[in-house]
Design a protein around this ligand. Structure first.
Ligand code: NAI
Ligand code: MG
Length: 331
């Protein structure tokens, strides 16, 4: 029997290309796992009327971790549709969305960036409570003390294992009730933590600082939508969405995925960069305590990113298959 059981959810679009690639890389690295294929996403919704079937819940609940591809959320949301990944994050209380951003040897990347963006993952504006009254539309944002406390502690603990610097990013100057609760809860809890350097930063300034001087950051913590936006910005600093990975982590379960979406513009062409999903698998391995295999895959990724073949998003001409084969050959 394999040491681990891992759920694989391809989802939509390029999810069908990058998940099988990541699985082959895990096999090549000697990760001892048995895989459970599960379905979720918009394609599944169109056929079955729900984005996430019971079998997928079973797969998530009865495995050690889940690797997720990407899921489409159409801008024109059909009745009854709920985006698969947001649903899973909320259902399993995966309150911490952890998005490491590190310089890798690819063209155009900023030098010496090594930060982790920690995004509150279950509430804020992404509770998806919107309504319309005639020509007026209103969206709720939900912030609770408990969730702010949980994410604040998570980010502080992570910073303590790194360079001991935490930036609490907020917009409490305009939204003192909701953003203020988030900010003050975290500052009260970890603001004076021994050995931790905590500072606060308003989100618009944080966006500018990330572009001008990302090397100043270690761990950043923020509410859901700010984290969604700034983590794509952070990905853009070091090579883009093709290499940006994330973990959705709760007390019981972890779902690991790329930062990118289903990329309908390139889906089905065999050109997607699987690195983001491979690096999500690396985060999964670290979470499981398999640091040796994680480290080997990470080194191999950097080697191929540096020497090629590179995929198109990084200025190369390699297909998903050519890149994956090179990675596996090196491993
Ligand atoms: P996207 O992340 O899918 O794509 C943005 C751009 O980056 C596109 O030009 C795409 O071709 C490129 N790109 C993304 N991943 C790539 C990869 N691995 N290799 C090479 N190029 C890559 O974002 P977009 O287009 O805004 O959204 C498409 C769909 O994905 C939407 O329905 C959106 O809701 C969904 N989405 C889902 C996410 C998730 O499942 N966690 C996250 C972000 C978006
Ligand atoms: Mg996003």
């Amino acid at each position: 029997m394999a040491k681990y059981r891992i759920a694989l959810i391809e989802g939509d679009g390029i999810g069908h290309e990058v998940i099988p690639a990541a699985r082959r890389v895990l096999d090549a690295a000697g990760f001892d796992a048995e895989y459970v294929d599960a379905q979720a996403g918009y394609e599944y919704f169109l056929d079955h009327g729900t984005s996430t079937p019971q079998a997928t819940y079973d797969a998530v609940e009865n495995t050690h971790a889940t690797l997720f591809g990407a899921a489409t959320s159409p801008t024109d949301k059909p009745d009854g549709f709920k985006g698969a990944i947001r649903h899973l994050r909320q259902k399993y209380g995966l309150y911490a969305n952890v998005r490491p951003t590190k310089t890798r040897p690819v063209p155009g990347a900023y030098e010496n960036v090594d930060l982790v963006l920690v995004r509150e993952n279950t509430q804020g504006l992404y509770v998806e409570q919107e309504r319309r009254y005639g020509d007026t539309a209103i969206a709720d944002t939900v912030i609770t003390k408990d969730a702010s406390l949980a994410i604040g502690k998570f980010a502080a603990n992570l910073a303590m294992q790194r360079r001991r610097k935490l930036s609490v990013v907020h917009k409490a100057n305009v939204l003192p009730v909701t953003q203020g609760l988030f900010l003050n809860t975290i500052m009260d809890e970890v603001g004076a933590m021994d050995g931790l350097n905590v500072s606060t930063m308003i989100v618009d300034n944080a966006a500018m600082q990330l572009v001008r001087n990302p090397q100043q950051f270690d761990v950043l913590v923020m509410t859901n939508m700010f984290g969604d936006i700034l983590s794509d910005l952070a990905a853009g600093l070091v090579g883009g969405l093709g290499i940006a990975a994330s973990g959705n982590i709760g007390d019981k379960f972890g779902i690991f995925e790329s930062v990118h979406g289903s990329a309908p513009d390139i889906a089905g062409q065999g050109v997607a960069n699987p690195t983001a999903t491979v690096l999500a698998a690396v985060l999964m391995l670290q979470h499981l305590g398999e640091t040796e295999i994680a480290g080997r895959i990470d080194v191999a990724v950097n080697k191929i990113l540096a020497e090629g073949p590179r995929t198109r998003d990084l200025g190369g001409t390699a297909s998903t298959e050519e890149f994956t084969k090179a990675l596996i050959a090196y491993l």
